[in-house]
Design a protein around this ligand. Structure first.
Ligand code: SAH
Length: 261
């Protein structure tokens, strides 16, 4: 018997079911790079369902014109209900919707934690002018937006969510440090500027301290840069974490801001 690839590492696979009339968009995006790897190694159990397969008419109709008139088409409730009921996907089932709860790193973490709690979650992608309101009232558990912008369909939004959530679960195995210090991580700060070789590029040099080999001092310098950058670019995040401590104020004074921000 072959052992499941993830069981040895003790990481529970995350199941995500996606409902769409273009399931190939999501499946394709999630087949390459890290997401593809997560699927192959069993960390991500992604199932893309084609709503059109749950239609009952010869034209496989998924949309119709709106009652009361108006522009565009609306997705019919029947095929969506049938598709979800046949698949019995993990809950919560989240409708992609520009008016929904704004997706952010905290929500990504909540969704990642669902692997242990309920096995995973599911995403429903709208198209056209959106879905019949009865889907929102009687089928889904919540609505999620990826920003104050209107897309043509929920598939790109679903891919964004899948990627953000899956990398948190990968992080649990691969590089446990990065979800803590990277932007929106536990520090509540943006990430500091990063550099790689060459040390000088077109006359722009890497700060000397990063090449000093003094790791304790480098860590203090990096923390100072996270503070400088967040104060300048996202002061709202500083307010949200309750300001700057006396120690952090001392770091800000010890190390000036990286001039290449
Ligand atoms: N008429 C709607 C927009 C429909 S856009 C309105 O005015 O609110 C078509 C579909 O794209 C939506 O049903 C939703 O699933 C998806 N979508 C569009 N913008 C989105 C966003 N910002 N976040 C998540 N999903 C979005």
């Amino acid at each position: 018997m072959t052992e499941s690839p993830s069981s040895g590492a003790g990481v529970v696979p995350l199941r995500i079911d996606v409902f769409s009339i273009f399931p190939g968009l999501v499946d394709g995006f999630c087949s390459d790079s890290l997401l593809g790897k997560s699927r192959t190694n069993g960390l991500l159990d992604l199932r893309c369902h084609d709503i059109r397969e749950s239609t009952s008419d010869v034209h496989r109709t998924v949309d119709d014109s709106p009652f009361g008139g108006g522009a565009g088409m609306v997705m019919k409730p029947g095929p969506i209900f049938a598709s979800v009921e046949a698949a019995e996907p993990p809950r919560p089932l989240l409708l992609m919707s520009p008016g929904g709860r704004r997706f952010d790193q905290d929500m990504a973490q909540e969704l990642a934690d669902l692997a242990e709690a309920s096995g995973g979650f599911s995403l429903l992608c709208g198209r056209y002018e959106g879905v019949d309101h009865r889907v929102r009232r009687h089928l889904v558990d919540d609505e999620v937006s990826v920003g104050d912008v209107v897309l043509s369909g929920g598939e790109v939004a679903a891919c964004l969510i899948i990627e953000a959530v899956t990398r948190l679960r990968d992080g649990a195995m691969a590089n446990a440090q990065s979800p803590i210090t990277e932007s929106f991580g536990e520090s509540g700060l943006l990430e500091e500027p990063q550099y790689t070789r060459p040390a000088e590029f077109r006359g722009w040099t890497v700060p000397d301290i990063l090449r000093s080999g003094d790791h304790a001092r480098i860590e203090r310098y990096r923390q100072a840069q996270r503070l400088h950058r967040t104060l300048r670019e996202r002061p709202d995040l500083i307010v949200a974490r309750g300001g700057v401590t006396a120690n952090e104020q001392a770091l800000l004074e010890e190390f000036p801001s990286d001039p290449y921000h």
